[in-house]
Design a protein around this ligand. Structure first.
Ligand code: NAD
Length: 244
């Protein structure tokens, strides 16, 4: 199998850093985006300028048909996906009393069904090849509770449950499935918290700073790649010691 990576939600933030990192590791990369075509194309151009191969594909991961079309296009251009990084996600803070059906369903559709859709889209070729690697991106809030982020936390717990179960189910097919659980990472997602809270979170982190997208990219590249060939079903927490 050629080294071909599909990274969802990779026009910005953590996904962007992962796509860039995997390209450095020799993967041809599909940069999935939902809105920021300009940012996705900018990254593809950057990768091409560095001698790598990348293309952009717009798809809402909660849309199964769109995800299937994306996987088919990756295959047409580069060959079957050998590494899926399911990174796309949405987050937000609200009291549980304020969580209506629409918000509940959207969180699960993107964070959980999106993961499932991507797995199902790339799996037939991985099973056929009897190899492949899948990395999900959960959160430290997928390992413990998060006040005012109950739905987000529930989706991130579900991602870990799926990851561990798929690791068992797919191991006989030579496919590894692992998870990276980031702590607080300095991206657009956490800007809503405000600078004061972010400074406080950095102070609460034993290593004394917020994480950078590159910190997560390094972990995803490791656990998704061949150096981790005997690792499956694991959750790699990357949080500067926050969850100690
Ligand atoms: P971000 O908001 O910058 O990036 C999320 C990306 O997902 C964006 O590019 C967005 O467009 C994309 N996306 C959202 N909905 C999508 C959909 N339906 N289909 C396709 N793409 C979609 O945030 P980030 O911090 O880079 O987050 C990346 C992942 O890391 C998320 O799963 C998030 O839950 C997780 N995470 C982030 C932090 C953090 O502190 N930043 C901590 C723990 C986990």
């Amino acid at each position: 199998m050629e080294k071909v990576a599909l990274v969802t939600g990779s026009s910005r933030g953590i996904g962007r850093a992962i796509a860039r990192r995997l390209s450095e590791d020799g993967y041809a990369v599909c940069i999935n985006y939902i809105e920021r075509r300009d940012k996705a194309e900018e990254l593809a151009a950057e990768i091409a300028a560095a001698g790598g191969r990348a293309f952009c594909f717009q798809a809402d991961v909660s849309d199964r048909a769109a995800v299937d079309a994306m996987a088919a296009e990756v295959k047409r251009r580069f060959g079957p996906v050998s590494l899926l990084v399911s990174n796309a996600g949405i987050a937000g803070q609200m009291l549980i009393q304020d969580v209506g059906d629409e918000a509940w369903n959207r969180y699960f559709a993107v964070n959980v069904e999106g993961f499932r859709n991507c797995v199902q889209a790339v799996l037939p070729d991985m099973i056929h090849a009897k190899q492949g690697s899948i990395v999900s991106i959960s959160s430290i809030w997928g390992l413990r509770g998060a006040s005012c982020e109950a739905v987000y936390s529930a989706t991130k717990h579900a991602i870990i449950g799926l990851t561990r179960s798929l690791a068992m189910e797919l191991a006989p097919s030579g496919i590894r499935v692992n998870c990276v659980a980031p702590g607080v990472i300095d991206t657009d997602m956490v800007q809503v918290l405000g600078q004061e809270t972010l400074d406080e979170l950095a102070r609460m982190t034993p290593l004394g700073r917020l994480g950078r997208p590159e910190d997560i990219a390094e972990a995803a590249a490791f656990i998704g790649g061949d150096r981790a060939s005997f690792i499956t079903g694991q959750v790699l927490t990357v949080d500067g010691g926050f969850s100690g």
